[in-house]
Design a protein around this ligand. Sequence first.
Ligand SMILES: *Cc1c(COP(=O)(O)O)cnc(C)c1O
Length: 401
Amino acid sequence: MQPKELLALAEEFGNPLYVYDAAIIEQQYNRLTTAFSKVEKLRINYAMKALSNVTVLKLLKNLGSGLDTVSFQEVQLGLHAGFTPDKIIFTPNGVSFEEIEEVAKLGVQINIDNLSVLEHFGSKYPKIPVCIRINPHVMAGGNSNISVGHIDSKFGISVHQIPLILRIVENTKMHINGIHMHTGSDILDIEVFLYAAEILFDAAKNFKELDFLDFGSGFKVPYKKGDIETNIEELGKKLTKRFLAFEKEYGRELTLAFEPGKFLVSEAGYFLAKVNVIKQTTSTVFAGVDTGFNHLIRPMLYGSQHTIENISNPKGKERFYTVVGYICETDTFANNRRISEIHEGDVLCFRNAGAYCFTMASNYNSRFKPAEVLWKDGKGHLIRERETMEDILKNQILIDL
Ligand SMILES: *Cc1c(COP(=O)(O)O)cnc(C)c1O
């Protein structure tokens, strides 16, 4: 989107503001399906924890996407947005057995990542087919907070425990219809992904009635200049070839599934915030914005580097700024970043604000969560109102004392 268009939206809807460009979500979705167009049965399940606004879900549904969910509430949101249960997969971790039961009763595909839960579920519901989440123990990327397939990760059932899975399946007569892995959010190297895929293929051979193989996600998108991006086109070529060969060997038609979050929505998002103050100290020039980690926590939580542009002065001379929030804690968005000259009242734009930004927002400091706008066909549509004091007070009870 152009700075002018974004600035106009900030004026119309106020700050801070999340804006999502529908065209980019569409483009990313099509890139993925094109890369795997030789696969007869391809299924993309959008990982909605990245961005869960119901209009965004509807947009993805209209593109043909399914949904990857991690809570009963996400399932409910998906149904509300128009997804049918057969288009939803539930991949929880550490949730109660009752929650899994509730979701299964809706007819949603269950993905189990724990031996005790598998045994419990199989004994109680031997007729409901389930998918198994395998941990291939492959380290994806360098960040152990977002890499979830390594040896110490809490996610998935270890590939080394397949004999135990098989014993449970035999004892309960349950039906395993899918096998799944998700190595984490940072696939820097396609070869690493393909290596993990081989482990999944090997594991799959143990189960005779699979309908799908789910390769999770971990597709990397660039956040700043020079960042590596997962080469989806090359992955498409290589994995398709291997998948088709496996399908033949397996002797049964299989669906190839993915569940990307970040890849589909990260680059579609823009977060707009106004500069309240410029503070010059002896060593640093701070730009203080009307937001903080209550609205965008990734820089503080993961050290993510969101590119920041001054859309009020896009062509200005660049200077160094440390961009900080208004929260009464250290909430630094960027340290000594080159940004075109900032004046108080300017609007800054944080790029890659589609994935894990609004969904991680909170009311810390009793601030309102921002509004969300979908940019579609040259027009901004409000898809979430800015919160008000009513929202802050909604569930609070002032008792007589
Ligand atoms: C979060 C998550 C995803 C999406 O990961 P991205 O890096 O956003 O693509 C996919 N699958 C599962 C099981 C997840 O928990």
